[in-house]
Design a binder for this molecule. Structure first.
Ligand SMILES: *Cc1c(COP(=O)(O)O)cnc(C)c1O
Length: 357
């Protein structure tokens, strides 16, 4: 039975990646040992780490001035680790509040210094991306969230800023081509678009580190992890291995240019369908800021919710329920979700509209 997996996270992974990952759990690299029971300092695992890092460099086109780290603690740990490493003692940082995750990032930054929220879309339940904001001169960095997983909005152009630019890309990393060199630090929990839960990708420009004048606890210090090659302590070997396989899958299929085409087609099909059925559905995000990854929508007549849910179930459409703070539905269309699944969803939506709207 083919299940159409629209989960918002942990999200869908390519079938061939899951196949290879499951094989490595039993017999990794022909060693007759599991990936889970060998030293992370073995040549076999070192090769995995090296390859994962090289694939990130290759896909982003970033050079030696950047370091690639695979850490733990989720993107949520980065909410704290970023200000710890980049906010000067007594310094300040500028944040844009575009939703739940940005709000949590702001909460942590406020514990370490002067965190100024320079723009917010909270006035409209985060259904748009603010524009025309500028980080005040002298702030240590500007922090944005490229894709707002819960509210279904995404930056389609990035702000210009004189200082450092930091971005939480947890839910749209490697979903499209972009100029990654605009950013000084990028972080992403793996489990939305890159791998399983348990590791967080951090891409950081080396020269920005070591300038805060504060003492950084060892495990939170990026420089410690750079020096240790992401192995200062035992790395999460399985999430890193599966992330490596997913990055390899992406590269072998044609990289970011390829996936951008696939993701463009999926979101076009989905939003065209929503917009063509206004009597049945309404998208919740401002049109120009709609996310290609997480499409949020509600039923025009919510009393028909049980009918719609039953039709989704009959079509094997899984995990479409919206986050409680928005309600309705959310179609997460991460990289590994095929266009075919979006087509099945759109067919159900048309059928529902014909019957009930
Ligand atoms: C899911 C998510 C997070 C939180 O990630 P964890 O790995 O669970 O800490 C942060 N930011 C964004 C944009 C997310 O989608």
């Amino acid at each position: 039975m083919k299940v159409h997996n629209f989960s918002a996270g942990p999200g869908i992974l390519p079938a061939e990646v899951l196949q290879k990952a499951s094989e490595a759990v039993i017999n990794f690299d022909g060693l007759n040992l599991s990936l889970l029971e060998i030293s992370h300092r073995s040549a076999n695992f070192e090769a995995v780490m090296d390859k994962a890092r090289a694939l990130v460099k290759e896909l982003t086109g970033l050079g030696d001035e950047y370091e690639v780290l695979f850490l733990q603690g989720g993107a949520s740990m980065q909410f704290l680790q970023v200000p710890m490493n980049l906010m000067k003692n007594g310094g300040s940082a500028a944040y844009v509040n575009t939703g739940e995750w940005a709000t949590r990032a702001i909460k942590e930054a406020k514990m370490l210094g002067n965190c100024e929220v320079i723009a917010s879309s909270e006035d409209k339940n985060f259904n748009y991306i603010p524009e025309g904001f500028h980080a005040p001169a002298g702030t240590d960095y500007l922090h944005i969230t490229s894709n707002n997983t819960i509210f279904g909005t995404q930056y389609h152009a990035f702000p210009e800023t004189d200082g450092l630019l930091v971005c939480d890309m947890s839910s749209d990393i490697f979903s499209r081509k972009m100029d990654f060199s605009k950013f000084d630090l990028i972080y992403a929990g793996a489990q939305k678009n890159m791998g399983p839960a348990g590791t967080t990708l951090v891409i950081v420009k080396k020269e920005i580190l070591g300038k805060t004048g504060r003492q950084i606890p060892t495990m939170l210090d990026y420089q410690v992890h750079i020096k240790g090659g992401s192995m200062y302590n035992t790395p999460p070997v399985f999430p890193i291995y599966v992330s490596m396989l997913t990055l390899e899958w992406l590269k072998n299929n044609g990289g970011l240019a390829w996936i951008e085409g696939v993701n463009r087609a999926k979101q076009e099909l989905f939003y065209n369908t929503v917009d063509s059925l206004p009597n049945a559905f309404r998208g919740t995000a401002a049109k120009e800021d709609r996310s290609w990854m997480n499409a949020t929508f509600v039923l025009t007549d919510e009393s028909k919710d049980a009918e719609f849910a039953a039709m989704l179930k009959a079509a094997n459409i899984s995990q479409l329920k919206g986050h409680r703070s928005v309600g309705g539905y959310r179609a997460s269309m991460y990289n590994a979700l095929p266009l075919e699944s979006v087509q099945v969803l759109c067919d159900v939506m048309k059928e529902f509209a014909n019957k009930y709207a």
